[in-house]
Structures are given as structure tokens and as C-alpha cells.
Write a protein that binds this ligand. Structure first.
Ligand code: COI
Length: 354
């Protein structure tokens, strides 16, 4: 790999006490080109604008996928990455669905380690804050025929972040929608494809105009079964059990979701991955068996849900307090990520930077 270091670090311009999600970017980025049928030598270069032709394929047909990961400060010598194999597997699956060549795992990991070593001072030291890592791949060919491109760019940029939602760790509010769907079976819903997010912004904006944080997506066929939130997966604690929608092709296979399930099972909590209707959630609230609702995601971590609106009805949980299970899950998963707790699952990938 070829590394070109910046001569002008922008680190001193960052106010680490007032981080906004995804607004500031660290000094370096990864840039790998795919052409002539293979990935070329990886480059790490100063973070800078890139140039492309107006005919660049991805701009026209949205052949683009991405990942979301985080780097966690442990001490001045160690930065932890999390579940790298799973993130690599997911970007490979997303790429396959979008007809994009997969990035080799060794390059994925080696370039990430090199980037983190170079920009480790950008990893915030405050617990709960992290360096968000955004790998993405897009069709870079100068060609507008509607077929899969033959040239791509894989890039990784990073951004020091605090909580994703403006609510912080306070409960967020969700609403279902009658007018829009996020994903259908056979579509691209389980891929982290750029267009899935682009298509969700209008409904999200409408939900926000009505005072909700995000849309709670229901299935596209019957508008009945809960799927996900678009920026996170969702969990319901009902009668002591943890229930989450099964994946089934329309739900993003969240890495934090997978971690929550593994951790809950390790605590001997029953976990059900199955279809759950929005009516079942409302009924469980009515009969008092709905204990907690929370979302999970890399950006969202564990985000408690305090309110769900559906067709004029609203369920409200304790909106001032975080449920004890969500809190314990947050403390445990972040404890593992920040190297404060043992890592029985071998999730953490430490990078020595000192
Ligand atoms: C993540 O959690 O990393 C995501 O990709 C969600 C995002 C749209 C901010």
C-alpha cells in the first residue's frame, strides 16, 4: 500500500466537546481503484475532494454500497475496532447484491489498521464518543449505459462522533407510515445500498415534521409486521423475552443486532427472532407485558425508544428513563468495545498505535 501523509493536520480545528455526527473528517482516507478486472494497489492519501466525470456511473444508477463501523479509544497505545470479519462479510454481501466486486478481506483489514494508526489522535477519548468509520464502494466508470460498471472505487473516510440522535441516550420517538415502504423481499433491503437510505429521507422528513425522530418501518406487503427503523434494528422486551424481527431479506443484518442477541443469550434471556406485528406490540403494551423497546446500530449503539405512533394510536413508555435491560446492554456492549470488560466473544480487534 502507498501512504502519503498530510502536511497540514486539521486535528486542532476539531472541538471534541461539541462533536456533531459525520460533520468533520480526519486527515487521511483510503482509496482503492478497481479496473481491468482487479483491485489495484491501495492508497492512503490526505482527505481531499475527489474529481470525476459527470458521466460517472454511480451518479446515474446508484451502484454504491457502504458500511458503518467505529474505532474506540482504549488508551494512548490501543484503539479497538469491532467485529471486522462481520463488517467485511456484510460489505461483501451488499456488494454482491449490487453487482460490485468484493474487496478482499486482507486489504479491508490491513488498510483500516494503517488508517487508524495514522489518524489515531482523531479517536475521541470520551466514553460514548468514537471515530466513525465509513467504508464505501461506488461505480466510478465514465459510462452511462444501464449495466453494471467495470470500474469502481473503494474508499474509507472517518469522522469523530458523539451520539447519533440529538436525543443522546434519551428515548427516541417513532411513527409508522401508511404511504411508504422501505424494502420488499427480493429487493435490496438487506444490502447496505446507498439508495435504500436515499429513498427513506422523504418519509423520515415527514415523520420529523410531525415531531417523531424516525419512521418505524412495517413490511411492504401487509403493512403489519415490524421490520426496522432505517438507521437501526429494533428490539422489544416482552414478558422477560427479547423479541426482534427476523431478517428474511428485507431487514438490514445489523452487527450490533447480532451482538445484542449473542449477549442476551449469554445472560440466558430467551431471544425470539420472528415476525412481530405492530398490533402485538400495542397489545403487549395494553396488557402490561411490554417492558422495553430499544434500537441497535453502529451509529445508534443502543437507543431506547420511548414512544411509537401507529394509525392515530400511541404507546408511550417511560420517556425520562432508560429501561434497565437496554442500559445493561449498552453498558456491556460499550464496555467490551472500549476494552473495559472482557471480550468473551472475541469481537474486539485491537490496533496498537503507540
Ligand atoms: C450505522 O449505524 O453505521 C449506519 O450506517 C446508520 C447510518 C445511516 C448513520
Amino acid at each position: 500500500m502507498e501512504i502519503t501523509k498530510t502536511q497540514n493536520s486539521r486535528l486542532s480545528s476539531v472541538d471534541f466537546d461539541n462533536l456533531e455526527f459525520g460533520r468533520k473528517f480526519s486527515d487521511h482516507m483510503i482509496d482503492v481503484t478497481f479496473k481491468n478486472g482487479s483491485w489495484q494497489e491501495p492508497q492512503i492519501t490526505p482527505y481531499a475532494p475527489i474529481s470525476f466525470h459527470p458521466s460517472m456511473h454511480a451518479l446515474h444508477y446508484g451502484q454504491a454500497v457502504f458500511e458503518g463501523m467505529k474505532a474506540y479509544y482504549v488508551d494512548d497505545e490501543t484503539i479497538n475496532l469491532f467485529r471486522l470479519d462481520d463488517h467485511h462479510e456484510r460489505i461483501s454481501n451488499s456488494s454482491e447484491r449490487m453487482c460490485i466486486p468484493s474487496m478482499e478481506k486482507e486489504i479491508f483489514i490491513d488498510t483500516l489498521e494503517a488508517l487508524i494508526r495514522l489518524d489515531h489522535k482523531w479517536v475521541p477519548k470520551t466514553k460514548g464518543h468514537a471515530l466513525y468509520i465509513r467504508p464505501f464502494v461506488f461505480a466510478s466508470e465514465e459510462y452511462i449505459a444501464a449495466r453494471a460498471a467495470k470500474e469502481y472505487r473503494y474508499m474509507v473516510i472517518t469522522s469523530p462522533v458523539a451520539a447519533y440522535y440529538k436525543e443522546g441516550f434519551n428515548p427516541v420517538s417513532l411513527t409508522t407510515t401508511d404511504n411508504y415502504v422501505r424494502a420488499v423481499k427480493g429487493g435490496t433491503g438487506e444490502a447496505k445500498a446507498a439508495g435504500n437510505y436515499g429513498g427513506s429521507f422523504l418519509p423520515a422528513q415527514k415523520a420529523q415534521a410531525e415531531g417523531y425522530t424516525q419512521v418505524l418501518w412495517l413490511d411492504a406487503k401487509e403493512n403489519k409486521y415490524v421490520e426496522e427503523v432505517g438507521t437501526m434494528n429494533i428490539f422489544f422486551k416482552i414478558n422477560g423475552k427479547l423479541v426482534t424481527p427476523e431478517l428474511g431479506g428485507t431487514v438490514l443484518p445489523g452487527i450490533t443486532r447480532r451482538s445484542v442477541i449473542a449477549q442476551a443469550k449469554a445472560w440466558d434471556v430467551d431471544v425470539e427472532e420472528r415476525r412481530i406485528s405492530i398490533d402485538e406490540v400495542f397489545d403487549a403494551h395494553k396488557d402490561g407485558s411490554l417492558e422495553e423497546i430499544f434500537g441497535s446500530g453502529t451509529a445508534a449503539v443502543i437507543s431506547p425508544v420511548g414512544l411509537i405512533h401507529h394509525k392515530g394510536d400511541t404507546i408511550e413508555l417511560d420517556r425520562d428513563n432508560i429501561g434497565p435491560f437496554a442500559k445493561k446492554m449498552y453498558d456491556t456492549i460499550t464496555g467490551i468495545q472500549y476494552g473495559e470488560l472482557n471480550d468473551p466473544f472475541n469481537w474486539v480487534h485491537p490496533v496498537k498505535v503507540g
